[in-house]
Design a protein around this ligand. Structure first.
Ligand code: DGJ
Length: 728
């Protein structure tokens, strides 16, 4: 890894194991030169072919008509001084004008990676594994400064970018747009891949060809959302799962975002991602600074799969933190789909007892244990145990669960308040709202105004007192609606448009305080399933409840789509009852287990009603998970067959030393007299012989990869097969 600066040409060359990223200060304008496969040395400045274009692309340097900001590939473009493409930032000055021009002023190269104040970020474990370049740009006339930050790690083909704006003037400035990066790729020969969907249908893979104009994704919901994940990739024409150039863009942020690609008149492609400028404005007083979230830009010469490997490894080991980053995750049972709000201490203990007999390790008490919450109509904010359901309190319940040999976990939805709650009655101004306007409810709840310090402190205190009151080793942190009437009672009129971002900063502050105060607790984030499955949340909580849709067949698409960016160790996946509560489908228990095994495994059904045969199957599943969970959690994940392209899905895990592998294959619908087929495996060591567990056969890694395994003939719909291979 290295970051080199060539003073003679003003060229910066960032290198990782196999990637190069280059740009140059050209007449002060940071001009993008190259991003792709590693180039050892060289002067990519020659790539910048300067030609005079028409008068509709003006020239900032009068004596040189070959330079136009409208055609120059740039690193962090503005608007108003002759680049007409999508800008990375926009500032309104005290005199009302919106034209600024950021030019190179200085730079600094540092070992390691500085933390981002108040924001989640990828970190370096050792200073020597990463290097950071900070390029300071300046608009001399206004005093606006921007520090562009670029970090590279030797081990990861990624450039991690963010920007810090500084108002170095005597006057106030309004920052109306502050994206995390912008990059101009030299052509538009790409397909754009995005992860989009809805509640219970998150992160479906969608692909489209780039065409002139803007193609964009965004969230205006005050959270990253079920609808569009803060991620997209550009696949060079012809790139596949395993081959070809792929560029990934992922935002470490959990609020409203915007990302996209603009193809311009000369068929170059400007990609960008950051806080959504829509309804955003930040007042920068004299001397103040604003830090953008960071974006992780990954390059892969080995297709989409190569890109996913980089994100998985980087996010699993250098974004997720804490004791659970590298600890195997417990097999749990969650009572939500078993009881919903209708439970008492005896019922919970009975489920825990059944779980203990089946070999489970953790019981999670979901919604409904506090206030008088017998439905979703009330009590959010009143984090006091409901003595009607749990007469002897949480500590007693936790002890009863623990006496069955299971750890105890608890659900919260800390960011919310029910209008029917003591908290709301005492503090009606503590929720996001606009004076005089309706407070639109979602699931009969409002959102607490986390931009306020008093609200932040209330949440930290309320949760800390519960978490300190009982032996709790797991927390599920839920969040079940999006923002409307976004306003804060404490912010002045001219800062109201800061509310949504200040909320995120407040949330991150709360999460930092709580997770660091309770390091022994495994935190799982959730937002009606995967409504906030983003790198920002993963910085505080190393796993997320992937989707409220627990149907095994629906999960094929959801988990496959999620795996495009997010490590398997971050995905919660449970076996639930049939007919499934979300889609009404009945799938075999084995298939449900096989699919859930490709995630942080658990059960979400009433264990007390299992038949003897079901108990035997579950015991087999639990034993298997205990054998393979390290492989699933730390192994390399390969996608073999896409549920978005056909009736079958297959994926596999290979241990870091390539000595162990697990393959999962699911055929959705069966067909009479179906053709036979083979499944070619990936990522094995071609020189090793593997034992095919259960058959006793020995097979070479080369045979498994190049010839494959014969697919099992399905018996019925939703038929799953699992293969294990261990090198001997
Ligand atoms: C939404 C979550 O995603 C579910 O798993 C469950 O916890 C409910 N909320 C409880 O209200």
């Amino acid at each position: 890894m290295s970051i080199a600066y060539h003073a003679a040409t003003g060229l910066f060359h960032l290198q990782t194991r196999t990637m190069s990223y280059m740009f140059q200060a050209l007449e002060g304008y940071p001009a993008h030169l190259y991003w792709g496969r590693k180039i050892s040395e060289g002067n990519a400045a020659r790539l910048l072919k300067r030609v005079e274009r028409c008068s509709f692309s003006p020239n900032p340097v009068p004596e040189d008509r070959t330079i136009s900001l409208d055609t120059l590939p740039q690193e962090y473009p503005g608007f108003g001084s002759s680049d007409f493409r999508t800008p990375a930032y926009a500032v309104q000055l005290a005199n009302g004008t919106t034209v600024t021009e950021l030019l190179y002023a200085s730079h600094e190269i540092r070992a390691g990676k500085p933390a981002l104040e108040g924001l989640p970020a990828v970190y370096a474990d050792k200073g020597s594994e990463a290097e950071t370049l900070i390029v300071t740009l300046e608009d001399k006339l206004s005093g606006l400064k921007a520090e562009l930050s670029y970090t590279v790690f030797e081990a990861f083909d990624a450039v991690i970018r963010s920007v810090r704006f500084i108002n170095n003037s005597e006057d106030v400035m309004l920052l109306n747009r502050a994206l995390s990066f912008s990059v101009d790729l030299p052509n538009d020969q790409f397909d754009m891949l995005q992860l989009s969907g809805a509640w219970a249908r998150e992160r479906y893979v969608h692909k489209r060809e780039l065409v002139p104009g803007l193609q964009a994704i965004e969230s205006r919901r005050g959270s990253s959302s079920h609808n569009n994940n803060p991620f997209f990739a550009l696949l060079a024409k012809g790139a596949t799962e395993d081959h070809g150039d792929v560029y990934g863009f992922s935002l470490v942020y959990s609020g409203s975002f915007a990302g996209g690609v603009e193809v311009d008149q000369y068929h170059t492609a400007r990609a960008y991602l950051g806080i959504n400028p829509f309804d955003f404005s930040w007042r920068l007083e004299a001397g103040e600074a604003f830090q953008t979230p960071e974006a992780v830009m990954v390059y892969s010469a080995e297709g989409l799969g190569g890109m996913s490997h980089t994100y998985h490894e980087l996010y699993r080991t250098r974004l997720c933190r804490g004791a659970f980053r590298d600890a195997v995750r417990p097999i749990l049972v969650n009572n939500w789909e078993a009881t919903y709000f209708n439970f008492n201490a005896d019922k919970i203990e009975a489920i825990a007892k059944a779980g203990s007999e089946l070999g489970l390790e953790l019981f999670v008490l979901d919604d409904g244990w506090f206030g008088h919450r017998d439905s979703d109509n009330s009590s959010l904010g009143d984090w006091v145990v409901d003595k009607k359901k749990l007469p002897n309190g949480l500590e007693d319940l936790a002890e009863r669960v623990r006496s069955q040999g299971l750890e105890f976990g608890l659900w919260f939805e800390p960011e919310m308040v029910s209008p029917d709650s003591d908290l709301y009655r005492a503090h009606p101004d503590w929720c996001l709202h606009v004076p005089g306007r309706r407070r639109s409810e979602g699931r009969q709840q409002l959102i607490l105004d986390l931009s306020r310090k008093d609200v932040q402190n209330y949440i930290v205190d309320a949760l800390s007192s519960i978490l300190g009151s009982a032996p709790i080793t797991y927390v599920k942190w839920d969040m079940n609606r999006n923002m409307s009437e976004i306003g804060s009672a404490l912010l002045p009129a001219n800062r109201q448009r800061e509310t949504a971002h200040r909320y995120m900063l407040g949330l991150y502050n709360v999460l930092e305080r709580i997770t660091s105060a309770f390091p022994q607790i495994l935190f799982e984030s959730c937002s009606g399933g995967g409504g906030r499955f983003d790198p920002g949340m993963l910085y505080y909580m190393p796993q997320t409840w992937t989707s409220d849709n627990s149907d095994a067949i629906s999960r094929l698409k959801i988990q496959y789509g999620t795996s495009i960016v997010y490590p398997i160790s971050t995905m919660g996946a449970h076996v639930s009852a049939v007919p499934n509560h979300q889609v009404g489908r009945s799938t075999p228990l084995k298939t449900r287990g096989d699919v859930a095994m490709s995630g942080n495994f658990g059960y979400e059904l009433d264990l007390t009603v299992f038949t003897e045969a079901e108990k035997e199957e579950v015991k087999r599943q639990v034993a298997m998970v205990k054998e393979v969970r390290e492989l699933v959690q730390y192994g390399k994940f390969y996608r073999l067959l896409s549920p978005f392209e056909g009736n079958e899905t297959a994926w596999m895990f290979v241990s870091p030393d390539q000595r162990e592998a697990l393959v999962v294959h699911v055929a959705v619908l069966n067909e009479a007299n179906a053709p036979l087929g083979r499944l070619k495996l990936k990522g094995l060591n071609s020189g090793l012989n593997y034992e095919w567990v259960g058959t006793g056969e020995r097979v070479g890694g080369d045979e498994l990869m190049y010839a494959g395994v014969a697919k099992e003939r399905a018996h019925g719909d939703y038929f799953s097969t699992v293969h294990r291979f261990i090198a001997k």
